[in-house]
Design a protein around this ligand. Structure first.
Ligand code: SF4
Ligand code: SF4
Length: 392
């Protein structure tokens, strides 16, 4: 039986020559791009361009220098390439701050904010979703190239290849789903539903400088120094999580996609080519404080509701850091983030703990407060995760 291949190539910086060589090597280790994509194919390149726009140094978006070299490689194969993501921005062109507009202009590759061309209704045979709206650019492409950034996530624990496909649906729907599916496990099933409607043909992950701690936007950049490539996004996520000290099956998106047969998350069923996992392991990689997903399976089911409640993180605005940029107020689906004189504040009675305000605040002005019991549970879970991952 052929094992799913995931390639690992070391890359310590975003120097163009080094990036190009590493990207090419990562794809060559899978057999070469000419074996993966047909000439003249319509290729949609899905970047991670989390809103609101941010500079590449903050490690929130797939680094444009990384994407640039991927595009250079694609251009050698006479393909019809479009780069895109669905982004929210106050500026007219939200791709300028990250540098994406400049990169795509230089390489003469169209760059599209998906909301500008609308979305099409699609039947979804998912566990949660029965119909969704997806960008026609994705639906009409022959080949989907997924370029996620390796990051932690304060709600889903990890965000990688599977979760990056969440950006092919409208931002309003993403907010609605955040509100509707407030448990990590259900939310992750919904993410896999979307992923299953448009599984990428190739994924190349930017884990050169990843994000640790409270990702996907309020964590800290952390050099991991590797890129990963695979034709199977589930296997790639499994290897990426292993590199950062997680047990892949503790990540609900990976676990759920594995169970549905969308790919394997078992490391022993994956052929890792290039570097070995232990050679690129990110030692002491800081995970998000939220360990709901990890913890739930270690306790009896009748206690889940209690633990879930205790583990809820409560957003609180730090007045001295708030610049009144209004991003949290515009994104809050329930109007719980409000403006009072010269600062934002959170109305706890309305808050559903979706973390959207925390995600969008670029000034780290929204802290997540833990309940005392939740703090203890997280410490225990974190300890288990560190010790347990060494034996799994
Ligand atoms: S809390 Fe953050 S996102 Fe909200 S207004 Fe203040 S700086 Fe902006
Ligand atoms: S205040 Fe923040 S966490 Fe609460 S509902 Fe609004 S966006 Fe979500």
């Amino acid at each position: 039986m052929h094992k799913t291949k995931v390639s690992l190539v070391k890359l310590r910086d975003y120097e163009s020559k080094n990036v190009y060589q590493a990207v090419k090597k990562s794809v060559d280790l899978l057999g070469g791009l000419e074996k993966i994509v047909k000439p003249h194919a319509k290729v949609f390149v899905k970047i991670n361009h989390l809103s609101p726009p941010s500079s590449p140094e903050s490690a929130i978006v797939t680094h444009p220098a990384f994407t640039k070299e991927v595009l250079r490689l694609l251009k050698e194969f006479n393909l019809k390439i479009t780069v895109g993501d669905d982004i929210q921005s106050k500026q007219k062109d939200g791709f300028i701050l990250s540098g994406y507009r400049q990169v795509c202009k230089e390489l003469e590759v169209p760059l599209v904010n998906l909301k500008e061309i609308g979305f099409k209704e699609v039947i979804c045979h998912g566990q949660i979703l029965k119909k969704i709206y997806i960008s026609p650019l994705v639906l009409e492409s022959d080949f989907i190239l997924n370029l996620p950034k390796l990051k932690t996530h304060s709600f889903t624990i990890f965000t990688g290849a599977i979760k990056n496909m969440f950006g092919i649906i409208p931002s309003g729907l993403r907010l609605k789903y955040h509100r509707q599916y407030s448990k990590t496990e259900i939310f992750s099933q919904m993410l896999v539903d979307i992923f299953s409607c448009a599984p990428p043909h190739l994924t190349i992950m930017d884990a050169v400088v990843a994000m640790e701690g409270e990702g996907p936007s309020a964590g800290n950049p952390r050099t991991v120094g590797v890129i990963l490539a695979s034709k199977n996004a589930v296997a790639l996520d499994a290897v990426a999580t292993k590199i950062t000290g997680f047990n892949p099956m503790d990540i609900y998106t990976t676990q759920n996609a594995h169970k549905r047969g969308l790919g394997t998350a078992k490391i022993e069923e994956i052929e890792v080519v290039g570097e070995k996992i232990h050679e690129v392991e990110a030692k002491n990689f800081k995970h998000s404080a939220i360990a709901i997903g990890l913890l739930q399976r270690k306790i009896p089911s009748f206690l889940h509701a209690y633990f879930q409640d205790q583990l809820i993180l409560i957003p609180k605005v730090k007045i001295d850091k708030c610049t009144v940029c209004m991003e949290c107020i515009s994104i809050c689906p329930l109007g719980a983030a409000k403006l009072d004189r010269n600062t934002a504040w959170i109305d706890k009675s309305l808050c559903i703990h979706c973390m959207c305000c925390h995600e969008v605040c670029r000034f780290q002005a929204i802290k997540l407060k833990q309940r005392p019991a939740g703090r203890i549970f997280r410490m225990v879970s974190s300890l288990y995760n560190r010790v347990g991952s060494k034996f799994s």
